[in-house]
Design a protein. Sequence first.
Length: 198
Amino acid sequence: MIYPSDAKQTSITINNTDKKLRFLVQSWIDDSNDQKTNEFIVTPPLFVSKPDSENTLRIIYAGKALPNDKESLFWLNTKSIPEIDREDIKDKNVLQLAVLSRIKIFIRPQGLTFKTEDIPNSIGFNLSGKDLIIKNPSPYYVTLINLKIGNDKLNSAMIPPMGSIEMKVNNFNYSQVSYQTINDYGASTPIIIKTIGK
């Protein structure tokens, strides 16, 4: 979810596609360190989602000023707890499960000159010892998927703006990596092949 820094609020729709069950839905926001933050207002924070219904969550940033040269990351959490019919479970052992969904919120400053379509090709790769160093020179968070070094598949990863991550690799006989990124619409970009160190 992209939240323009000059927007007063953003919203997301929650659909209950079950024809019979109601769900209690609780929502809150964590910061990039997975700690609950009070810098956002989520309304409603707690509500009952009726069968076959649609609800809208409004998300308002009300915290301190964020960096204006790069994106900031937060997480929207929604926990859904299904309704239980006491008569149906009478004299039965029941395990009730709650489903927690997490959605990334990227607060994007206005005026960033780095074009989002240039993100995929901007990623750089180097080897250092047993680590593959992946560098992101852009002011955006970048999610890499289908990442391979040679024929060896690596885990998907998210790289912070103007930052880097390290990934352990087992095979150093390859000179190329291939990968895709996730764009603003949640779609995967075309496969890119790059030579390590260039």
